[in-house]
Design a protein around this ligand. Structure first.
Ligand SMILES: [Zn+2]
Length: 300
């Protein structure tokens, strides 16, 4: 009898857990709070961008660049957060949003192109536009919110203090990652080519490559100078030294993974043997995924 009751309690607990799992995450249910950080008089960042924290995750870091002609956004967060983005922008300028740069295809960077509308100029690297065309969010009528201006290797928008330089240096997080530079302000937005201090995410379905990742970052560092502040994809502001350290980390991780492949070790064993302690402040939540990506890439 007692055993039957215990079983009943366990089943009830199990069904509560099942119901809880069906609830929408807090990010879609609760108030939509985005934090804003002032970097310069004409440049702000909309944060609250750490994936994994469902309560606050709104998508990647958004740069808000205020020019004479209007506001340029770099990325525009997850679908459903458009009004919260707009409210924050309005809290610092009365100018309209006239341009959005999508650093890459993912929905946490492109989710509100439709909210800001077809009258806004949308800019991306050409491979990113191709990737976006495969997304349900940009099919049918929503195709009007695809990038309207694309480039292959480099493009400059505006001039003088309003100048923005866009660079593509090769595969990494995807095959269309744009680095955005505000030369007058000495600020760089990396998108998810430097998302966090952890293993890189290489989205192979969108042409990403953990094998090319370090080389792509090396090209960036070699060619883009005169930067004081780095806006990463999903973490607090960084320095050029942090970026250089991240390039070294991704390069070390690639060499390590290739060596593990050569010696025939499993991905699990390779991940277990990687020494993250060498890299102060780094997490080990995505290292295994990055190693797996190298294994998959070398296999084909
Ligand atoms: Zn991404």
């Amino acid at each position: 009898m007692r055993r039957v009751m215990l079983l009943g309690i366990l089943l009830a607990a199990g069904s509560i857990a099942a119901v809880a799992a069906q609830q929408p995450p807090a990010a879609t249910a609760g108030p939509r709070v985005i934090d804003i950080v002032k970097l310069k008089d004409a440049l702000y960042v909309l944060t609250s961008s750490t994936p994994g924290n469902q309560a606050t995750f709104s998508g990647g870091n958004v740069a808000v660049f205020i020019t004479d002609d209007g506001v340029t956004l770099v990325d525009d967060k997850l679908a459903g957060w458009g009004q919260a983005v707009l409210d924050k922008v309005k809290s610092v300028t009365a100018k309209p949003i006239t341009r959005i740069i999508n650093t890459h295809t993912h929905g946490d960077h492109t989710g509100n192109n439709n909210f800001f509308g077809a009258s806004v100029e949308i800019v991306a690297q050409e491979n990113t536009k191709t990737n976006m065309m495969k997304m349900d969010a940009f099919k049918g009528e929503n195709a009007q919110y695809l990038p309207t201006k694309t480039y292959s290797d480099k493009m400059t928008l505006g001039s003088g203090k309003d100048r923005i330089d866009l660079y593509y240096f090769g595969n990494g997080h995807t095959n269309g990652d744009t680095f955005v530079v505000f030369p007058a302000l000495r600020v760089l937005h990396t998108g998810d080519m430097f998302a966090w201090k952890d293993g890189p995410l290489c989205d192979r379905n969108n042409g990403g490559s953990c094998v090319s990742f370090p080389r792509t970052l090396q090209k960036l560092i070699a060619q883009v100078k005169d930067i004081d502040t780095v806006i990463p994809g999903h973490s607090p502001m960084q320095t050029p030294k942090d970026l250089q350290d991240y390039q070294t980390f991704t390069s070390d991780l690639l060499s390590y993974s290739m060596e593990q492949v050569r010696t025939g070790r499993s991905v699990d064993d390779a991940a277990a043997g990687f020494k993250i302690d060498k890299y102060p402040g780094y997490k080990n939540e995505r290292v295994k995924g990055a190693i797996q990506a190298v294994y998959d890439e070398l296999k084909k």
